[in-house]
Design a protein. Structure first.
Length: 353
């Protein structure tokens, strides 16, 4: 008997053959270039041994019950897994694959890009050109000046670069955050503060080891208030979900430096959009670079963050490079295959966490 597999999006000519050419599988693929319809998924999931989903597909009791007892594995082409009910998977003994690591560099790149864009007011400056206003723009010595992310020698008589004091703040300090820190060190960031999973104890020795690894003066886990107060750039890089909902709220934003930038490349739910829009209008911080918005993709021209000054909003493209998306699709397919055959999966998430 062939194993039935449901794939919620066409993963392209480099990856689909891994599944389609496997003689043990009977593969059903959602045939459209848009989000897989729930009705189609439920119809086709019946009797499936494996399901490959995107962030857009809810993996819940209904889907798992519809698939039935043959289901062995669900594989998601994403590192985030808020769309999956891990307990529901655990109770049924269904394994779960995801795509960590392969997207770390792409998201770290985008995080630095957004910090730079926010600091240099890329929103209004690109708008000036795109709306044809450059000919009318009156240059002035300090027009469009924002905070510089890198540190320069401000004392012209100094013979060497002065020690830098730029501080990066990370809400969540996993793989992507650490890859972002590595990119910031050459800019002159010398301190790194982060908020961690509060269930794990403070570990000064581990922090010192990280400081040595990255070549910075200090890496330290702090409370949110200190992180807000001290950081020149704050990066939101924690998982979504109830534990981190609106962790960046009005109080946090009020506590930030007026010259600081905020970057969110994690999940929209971590940031209170209305509070951030208010903060930007009132100048509590300088700018923001936002790749994820609560309620996305319903983010129209009237959204408070789209209307907010010095706020760059991107449509969730953190992992959108050729190399990374190919890596994610390949890993998702390999996770699915390994899970179907009862083998070790390249990236399995423990559902008992
Ligand atoms: C993207 O947001 C992902 O979770 O992969
Ligand atoms: C998320 O998966 C991260 O690596 O930070």
């Amino acid at each position: 008997d062939k194993l039935k597999v449901v794939v919620c999006r066409d993963l392209g000519p480099d990856v689909m053959p891994l599944l389609l050419n496997n003689p043990q599988l009977d593969v059903v693929v959602w045939p459209h270039n848009k989000v897989c319809e729930r009705k189609w998924l439920l119809e086709n999931a019946q009797g499936a041994s494996g399901i490959l989903v995107m962030l857009s597909e809810k993996v819940d009791d209904e889907l798992l019950d519809t698939a039935g007892p043959k289901l062995r594995v669900v594989s998601t082409m994403s590192v985030g897994y808020e769309h999956a009910d891990l307990k529901a998977l655990l109770t049924r003994g269904v394994r779960f694959g995801y795509t960590p690591d392969v997207l770390t560099d792409a998201v770290a790149d985008l995080s630095v890009m957004l910090a730079l864009m926010a600091g240099r007011n890329a929103k209004e400056t690109t708008e000036i050109v795109q709306t044809g206003q450059w000919p009318n723009f009156v240059w002035s010595p300090f027009a469009f000046c924002g905070p510089q992310l890198s540190t320069i020698t401000t004392d012209p008589s100094a013979s060497a670069l002065t020690p830098t004091t730029r501080t990066a703040g990370f809400i969540g300090f996993g793989r992507i955050a650490q890859a972002t820190l590595a990119r910031l060190v050459p800019f002159g960031f010398a301190r790194c503060l982060y908020t961690g999973n509060q269930r794990t104890p403070q570990d000064p020795a581990a922090d010192a080891a990280l400081a040595a690894k990255f070549g910075v003066r200090e890496v330290r886990r702090v409370e949110l208030a200190e992180l807000a107060r001290e950081s020149d750039a704050v990066f939101v890089l924690a998982p979504g979900g109830a534990a981190t909902y609106h962790i960046v709220d009005e109080a946090f934003l009020k506590g930030m430096k007026k010259t600081a930038v905020l970057v969110n490349t994690a999940r929209g739910t971590l940031v209170d959009s209305d509070a951030l829009a208010k903060a930007l209008h009132e100048g509590w911080l300088y700018g923001a670079g936002i790749d994820v918005v609560e309620g996305e993709p319903n983010v129209g021209l009237d959204h408070p963050l789209v209307k907010a000054p010095r706020c760059i909003v991107l449509p969730h493209i953190g992992s959108a490079t050729n190399e990374t998306r190919l890596g994610m699709a390949t890993l998702a397919a390999k996770n699915l295959l390994a899970g179907l055959l009862g083998q070790e999966m390249p990236a399995e998430l423990s559902t008992s966490r």
